[in-house]
Write a protein of this length. Sequence first.
Length: 217
Amino acid sequence: MLYIVATPIGNLKDITLRALDVLKSVDLIACEDTRHTQILLKHYGIQKPTTSFYQHNRLTKAGYLLKLLKEGKSIALVSDAGTPGILDPGYNIINLCIENKIELTVIPGASAFVNALVLSGKPAHKFIFEGFLPNKPGARKNRLKELSKSGQTLVFYESCHRIQKTLEDIKEVFGSKEIAVARELTKKFEELKRGPAEDILRDLLSGKIRGEFVVVI
Ligand code: SAM
């Protein structure tokens, strides 16, 4: 069967006992980046064969993994951080398993948007998880304008390379609305900034922009 295993988003201790049991017991671990996952496996003394399953080989590799599953092998699917399938490779193999009636389950754990949403203090009973905004400036601003009409809490993922541009667009579309920007969740330099996009941007630009971000509006 296929085990979709959530792994830490930073702090290596954020993994469940069940996830560790599964990683120790499967025949193969399919990882987004085998070197990255080795850090976790080494930390917990787990020695298991790994294979890469990432954005660019996911279509061909999914077929190979399906063949192994059909032969009765058990496979754990992990990503670099968090829950596989939430904006990282996973979708293809999960759907192939469904089509081929392969048993599958999720071993729950971390996902960056949950931490950010809860920490932000924004209403979390209804929210829109938007993932990454479009790369192109026009499309990004249009999407923000559309989303602004929803009246719901909005959650975005963002990288250190694009956070500045995204906050500039948020400032234009949402004006002085108080937003929250989480950075480096569960890690040593975890922080959550609250305020209008303009203030957070000024603060961010006062140093070097590092880390991974979740924006909550
Ligand atoms: N599957 C992952 C999950 O369950 O959260 C998300 C993978 S997605 C490719 C990576 C994005 O998640 C990053 O660009 C960042 O926006 C967010 N992210 C992951 N780890 C984070 C962390 N420790 N702090 C803040 N954001 C994080």
